[in-house]
Design a protein around this ligand. Structure first.
Ligand SMILES: NC(=O)c1ccc[n+]([C@@H]2O[C@H](COP(=O)([O-])OP(=O)(O)OC[C@H]3O[C@@H](n4cnc5c(N)ncnc54)[C@H](OP(=O)(O)O)[C@@H]3O)[C@@H](O)[C@H]2O)c1
Length: 299
């Protein structure tokens, strides 16, 4: 409760930043302590919203950015905007549909063929479906996109990240963009049959399950990375409440009411990005400030 009030009021947390701080402000402080031109970041779903803003600010700080997007036309617009602002930045676009295992495989083959290093992986793409839909592999669409696609992506790129960290001595960072909504999952978590029951389908529940899965993924993978003594960390992030495309799809009586109230307090994309800040902060903050996994709710 105290944390929510602090967030809504924009009061700075232990890092010195609050929800009114911009990603640019946060990275300005850290850019002097990291060697950005040596970093490569891969961001999924950077064709809009939080991902696009994260890509813009990382590129602005000299990080090579790889955008994984299912809509390359939209991603191209993001790239053009980035290049307008930061003409020397390097932005690579690759197609990925996270709801499809085949597409994730194709994406990883294409990315690995580029022989780029990989320091930062931001598992950001996300969707919400009000009705029951299935992926190519006949899995509930929200779970497939938000969690399974990112799980597979991370598995397929992990060796590259570990290898990059070993070669460069720079700690690799994986950021799972989750949501506070993971806490809405009740004690009977992961009732897959209910999730797949067309008459009983609840989009918010499916979304919450996918976000809880992403969080548990971070927790388990952190343990495994530690056991391997790998110089790569993973964190789950709640990006704050931000006016983006995902909100438009998120319609139910409860969420509509909550978002109506929250809309009086929401941060706009151009104004601030508490979500983006969290993600960027995670990537650039000196390593000893964070444990191997943590739900980042506060700045
Ligand atoms: N906004 C908030 O308040 C909030 C709160 C908590 C968590 N989050 C999380 O923050 C992340 C970013 O969301 P956002 O708020 O920035 O929403 P957004 O503007 O709708 O962005 C979502 C991004 O994910 C991409 N995406 C969706 N399905 C995909 C798929 N199958 N394959 C590849 N890309 C796909 C979208 O691509 P298209 O452009 O092609 O649709 C878009 O680029 C999500 O994980 C979301 O759950 C947001």
């Amino acid at each position: 409760m105290k944390a929510t009030i602090r967030y809504l009021a924009g009061i700075a947390g232990p890092s010195g930043f609050g929800s009114n701080s911009t990603a640019e402000q946060v990275t300005q402080q850290y850019s002097s302590s990291m060697p950005p031109s040596h970093l490569t970041a891969l961001i999924t779903g950077a064709s809009s919203g939080i991902g696009a803003e994260t890509a813009r600010v990382l590129a602005m700080r000299g990080v090579r950015v790889v955008i994984g997007a299912r809509d390359l036309k939209k991603a191209m617009e993001v790239k053009e905007n980035i290049l307008k602002q930061s003409p020397n930045s390097e932005v690579v676009l690759l197609e990925i549909d996270l709801s499809s295992f085949a597409s994730v495989h194709r994406f990883c083959s294409e990315f690995l063929a580029l022989q780029l290093p990989l320091n930062i992986l931001i598992n950001n793409a996300g969707m919400f479906s009000p009705t029951l839909e299935f992926s190519e592999e006949k899995i509930e669409m929200t779970f497939a996109t938000n969690y399974l696609g990112h799980f597979l992506l991370t598995e397929m790129l992990l060796e590259k990240m570990i290898e990059t960290a070993e070669k460069t001595g720079i700690q690799g960072r994986i950021i799972n963009v989750s949501s506070m909504i993971h806490g809405w999952v009740n004690r009977d978590a992961f009732l897959f049959n209910d999730m797949l029951n067309g008459t009983n389908y609840n989009g918010t529940r499916a979304y919450a399950h996918s976000k809880l899965a992403k969080l548990l993924h971070a927790k388990e993978m952190a343990k495994q990375l530690k056991a391997r003594n790998a110089n790569v960390t993973i964190n789950a992030v709640h990006p704050g409440i931000v006016k983006t495309g995902i909100m438009r799809a998120h319609k139910s009586l409860i969420t509509d009411s909550l978002f109506f109230i929250a809309s009086k307090l929401l941060k706009s994309i151009s104004q601030v990005f508490s979500g983006c800040i969290n993600g960027v902060l995670c990537c650039s903050e000196p390593t000893n400030r964070r444990s191997e996994w943590e739900i980042l709710l506060r700045l």
